[in-house]
Write a protein that binds this ligand. Structure first.
Ligand SMILES: *Cc1c(COP(=O)(O)O)cnc(C)c1O
Length: 475
């Protein structure tokens, strides 16, 4: 409090003006130009009802649904809606969380504690978490927080999905949980859920379907000609599933659901204690005090959309995705990874062509950005068996994409033309230091190529330092 300028009160106009200025520097959250992070339904009425719901429930504390009974009522309604959509039945229970990471973390916590409780010798033992290399990092985080060992099973470099038998071979008496994705975030492909879940059940291993991104879109995605293979709670052997409301449930950030086939696994997710002289503590999720705003907004949006509304929004998303797929297929130098089911596309360089006709995905991402479109660069990965997954450009398609898909397609073709035949982005050994002192450059291709090339043990602390410095204290 000594070195900073005096902390004097500012007017609402002043502070709101500052906030508006800061927002202007952000990429647009609406309109379809940002092809990750944001999920725009394109329906202003949904944004309006969400904002009003947040305002109403912002001060309500989700810590204690016995005091704030509105929280219990809303959570019960959202879970009921989710289990209806995700193939559950009257026995299905679950929780509303603040996001996919929390839903996944809780599924791992539940599985770990059920695994430990099954045998007295396991009380302090360290179980494993088996997952395909394409599983979301939320599971690596959960394993790190909760003391599990990750067993990563390579996926096929062409299809982007794991061989179900290879996943099942990784299961043993140490396995607390096996994870499959519907679909995976990097490549948008659905893992062999039914085969893995059935094999896991035979072996007495819990199976989580990570439908964080697919849970509110796949139910309406399939058609008579191309049905989505079974992936939800209707699949025998699936013990839990996660689905983010703040993605294709079109809720503001801060809402997801995790569901369990049976109540015991749900209860194992809770934490309760009386070991202090304060109020009896029982937390179903990670946080203590939290606003009920996200929960209220998620419920309000779901009820405002309805089943037909969801089908319409997904139809728009599917149509935009099909158009973009056709653009990718028709653009020389790139290829799609795998056969995506759902609204995520991963674009790799077409290595069947000569180098002078290929399009490097990192250069493509920069070229798209210069044309006003934000795709996401995904570095290559060497898997445990030595095989390599390619570097890709990731595109998340949303309902609003349909309104701009012709412009996006044209920008994609033009961006590919901009960089076709250029040498792929290569690592720059001096870059790490430059980024630490000067921050991130506009063009990220060299940064991504450097991250891709450095050993993970070097990259991880570097990433931490870059991000920590980005939000270091300022006046
Ligand atoms: C987004 C996502 C998560 C994690 O969700 P957050 O809401 O970002 O915490 C987990 N799994 C998949 C497949 C996702 O797409």
């Amino acid at each position: 409090m000594t070195t900073s300028p005096r902390w004097t009160a500012r007017t609402p106009d002043d502070v709101l003006g500052v906030l508006a200025d800061l927002r202007r520097a952000d990429p647009p959250t609406h309109g379809g130009r940002v092809l990750s992070y944001v999920y725009d339904s394109g329906r202003a009425d949904l944004d309006a009802v969400a904002a009003r719901a947040v305002e109403l429930f912002l001060p309500v504390n989700g810590l204690d649904p016995t005091t704030f009974t509105s929280v219990a009522a809303l959570e019960g309604r959202v879970v009921a809606r989710a289990r209806q959509v995700l193939g559950g039945d009257e026995g299905t229970v679950g929780s509303v969380t603040t996001g996919g990471t929390e839903s996944c973390l809780l599924a791992v916590k539940s599985a770990r504690d059920v695994w430990r409780a099954a045998d007295p010798s396991r009380v302090h033992a360290r179980p494993t978490l088996v997952l395909p290399t394409t599983a979301h990092p939320a599971f690596h985080k959960a394993a790190a927080y909760l003391d599990l060992d990750v067993v990563a099973v390579p996926v096929d470099t062409v299809r982007g999905t794991p061989d179900a038998q290879a996943v099942l071979r990784a299961l043993d008496e140490r396995t607390a949980l096996v994870v499959v994705s519907a679909p995976s975030y990097p490549f948008g492909v659905v893992d062999p859920v039914a085969q893995v879940a059935a094999g896991a059940a035979e072996r007495g291993v819990a199976c989580h379907v990570d439908a964080c991104i697919g849970g509110w879109v796949l139910p309406w995605w399939g058609s008579a000609e191309s049905p989505v293979p079974p992936w939800d709670l209707r699949v025998e052997g699936v013990t839990s599933i996660s689905a983010d409301l703040h993605k294709y449930g079109f809720a503001p950030k801060g809402a997801s659901v995790v569901l369990y086939r049976d109540a015991a696994r749900h209860r194992a997710q809770f934490f309760a204690t009386t070991a202090w002289p304060g109020y009896p503590v029982v937390n179903p999720t990670v946080l203590g005090s939290r606003s009920a705003g996200g929960l209220a907004a998620a419920w309000a949006v779901l009820e405002s959309v309805g089943e037909d509304g969801m089908a319409d929004l997904v139809a728009a998303t599917r149509s935009a995705t099909a158009t973009l797929r056709a653009v990718v297929d028709a653009t020389p130098g790139v290829r799609l990874v795998g056969d995506p089911t759902g609204p995520l596309l991963a674009v790799a360089a077409d290595d069947a062509l000569d180098a002078d006709r290929r399009v490097d995905p990192f250069l493509l991402v920069d070229a798209l950005r210069r044309r006003g479109w934000l795709a996401q660069a995904q570095p290559a990965l060497v898997q445990g068996d030595g095989s390599s997954l390619p570097r890709t450009a990731h595109l998340t398609v949303t309902p609003v994409t349909l309104r701009v898909v012709d412009d996006l397609g044209a920008a994609f073709r033009a961006a590919a033309d901009d960089v076709r035949g250029l040498p792929p982005a290569a690592p720059d050994p001096g870059l790490a230091q430059a980024v630490l002192t000067d921050g991130l450059p506009e063009d990220l291709a060299t940064v991504m190529a450097t991250l891709e090339a450095l050993p993970p043990d070097v990259v991880r602390p570097l990433l931490v330092e870059v991000l920590a410095r980005a939000s270091a204290p300022t006046a």
